[in-house]
Design a protein around this ligand. Structure first.
Ligand SMILES: C[S@@+](CC[C@H](N)C(=O)[O-])C[C@H]1O[C@@H](n2cnc3c(N)ncnc32)[C@H](O)[C@@H]1O
Length: 200
C-alpha cells in the first residue's frame, strides 16, 4: 500500500516571515519545528557555536517567552528565532538540500486515530521537508507517547525510507533539553528519542 500522498506546495498559505537572512554557507544549518519557549535552541546555539539554528514556534505566547529569553541571552548570532507556522515557512522559504538536521521534540501527538494525518511523520508535508534536507541529513524526534514513537519509526523507515540511527528511551536523570522533556522526566514518564538519516 502506498501511504505517501501528494503534497501540493501551491495550496500552502504563505508564511508570515517575508524573507530569510543570509546564512553562513560554511556552517551547517539546523532547524527546530515547534520549539515552544525555546530552551533547546538556546542551549543548542551556545553549545554548538559552529552550527546555525533556525527555531520556529507558531503559538504567540510561547514565542514571546522564547524571544524574551533570546534577548536575555544576548541574541546568539547563530540562532534565528521565527514566529511562524513551520509548514508554511519550510514550504515557501527553505530551499532543497539546505538543512543538515531537523528537530521535532515533543510534538502534539494528536492521538485520535482519525488525526493520523496531523502527526508529522504521516503528513504529506514530510515529503517536502525531506527534500529540504541535505543527503545524509538527520531528523530527530522525541515523544513521551509510545504509540507515537512506534508509528513514527514505521513511517520514517518504511514509507519515507530513511535509515534508523537510534530508537531509545531517555534515562530519567538525563539533563532535560526542553520544557516538556523536563516535565515528563520529572514525572518518571518514558520518553523516546528517535533519529533517522536521509540516504546520501
Ligand atoms: C507539545 S509542545 C512542545 C514544545 C517544545 N518542543 C518542548 O518540548 O518543550 C509542541 C509545540 O509545537 C508547536 N507547533 C505545533 N505545530 C506547529 C507548526 N506547524 N509550526 C510551528 N510550531 C508548531 C506548538 O505551538 C507547541 O508549542
Amino acid at each position: 500500500m502506498n501511504l505517501k500522498r501528494r503534497f501540493i506546495s501551491s495550496n500552502v498559505p504563505k508564511p508570515r516571515t517575508q524573507s530569510l537572512p543570509s546564512f553562513d554557507r560554511k556552517m551547517p544549518l539546523f532547524l527546530e519545528i515547534g520549539c515552544g519557549v525555546g530552551f533547546h535552541p538556546l542551549q543548542f546555539s551556545k553549545q554548538n557555536p559552529k552550527h546555525q539554528m533556525i527555531a520556529i514556534e507558531q503559538t504567540t505566547n510561547k514565542f514571546s517567552k522564547f524571544y524574551k529569553r533570546y534577548l536575555n541571552h544576548q541574541c546568539p548570532e547563530n540562532l534565528y528565532p521565527f514566529h511562524d507556522n513551520a509548514v508554511h515557512f519550510i514550504t515557501h522559504l527553505i530551499k532543497k538540500e539546505t538543512i543538515h538536521k531537523y528537530f521535532i521534540l515533543y510534538p502534539n501527538p494528536n492521538p485520535k486515530k482519525s488525526d493520523q494525518n496531523k502527526r508529522w511523520h504521516a503528513m504529506p508535508f514530510m515529503g517536502k521537508l525531506l527534500e529540504t534536507m541535505v543527503p545524509g541529513g538527520i531528523i530527530e524526534f522525541a515523544t513521551n507517547e509510545s504509540f507515537y514513537a512506534e508509528e513514527c519509526y514505521e513511517w520514517m523507515t518504511n514509507v519515507w525510507e530513511l535509515e534508523a540511527l537510534e530508537y531509545k528511551t531517555i534515562p530519567h536523570n538525563f539533563p532535560p533539553r526542553t520544557h516538556f522533556e523536563k516535565k515528563y522526566l520529572k514525572r518518571e514518564q518514558k520518553c523516546f528519542n528517535l533519529t533517522f538519516k536521509k540516504p546520501s
